[in-house]
Design a protein around this ligand. Structure first.
Ligand code: CMP
Length: 143
């Protein structure tokens, strides 16, 4: 079963959007396979966002993602990686369609409420980084 890594960012947690966001993926039909509220250590943030290391906003990105608790999740289901990205909307909320998470709740590209893996390789890498000590369940029967 395909899995992806999704994370409600500090702005989404502080604005009490965890329930709203979880509900959208549940109602779509995906299954929650792992979840934890956590603070991200700087080293983990730098590794997670390693591909952006040379970007001018890298420092800002790491500062923001470590600024408060995040809600890290693993979701599973048919085409969950691509479908979750569609449900999140464009990275920059100003381009995100109404009805998407960023379109409905985001304002700026930095504080864009949610992160989601963009490919199977990223999903595997990010689940491995955030759930390296376990916490991802298996469902014996998928309905
Ligand atoms: P995310 O999907 O978590 O992956 C990389 C993040 O970089 C992205 O969401 C944005 O929040 C962030 N980002 C992209 N461009 C900028 C920018 N110009 N300034 C600040 N943050 C940015």
């Amino acid at each position: 079963m395909e899995k992806t890594f999704l994370m409600v960012k500090p702005d989404g947690v502080q604005r009490n959007l965890i329930g709203e966001i979880v509900a959208r993926f549940e109602k779509k039909g995906f299954q929650l396979a792992g979840a934890k509220l956590m603070s991200i250590p700087t080293e983990l943030a730098e590794e997670h966002y390693g591909e952006h290391k040379e970007r001018p906003f890298f420092g800002e990105l790491v500062d923001f993602i470590t600024s408060g608790p995040v809600f890290a999740m693993v979701w599973q289901g048919e085409n969950v990686i691509a479908t979750a990205r569609q449900m999140m909307g464009s990275t920059n909320p100003k381009d995100a369609a109404p009805g998407t998470i960023r379109g409905d709740f985001g304002l700026t590209v930095g504080k864009n409420v949610i992160h989601g893996s963009d490919s199977p390789a990223s999903a595997e890498r990010e689940i491995g980084l955030f759930f390296k000590d376990g916490g991802v369940v298996e469902y014996s029967k998928v309905v």
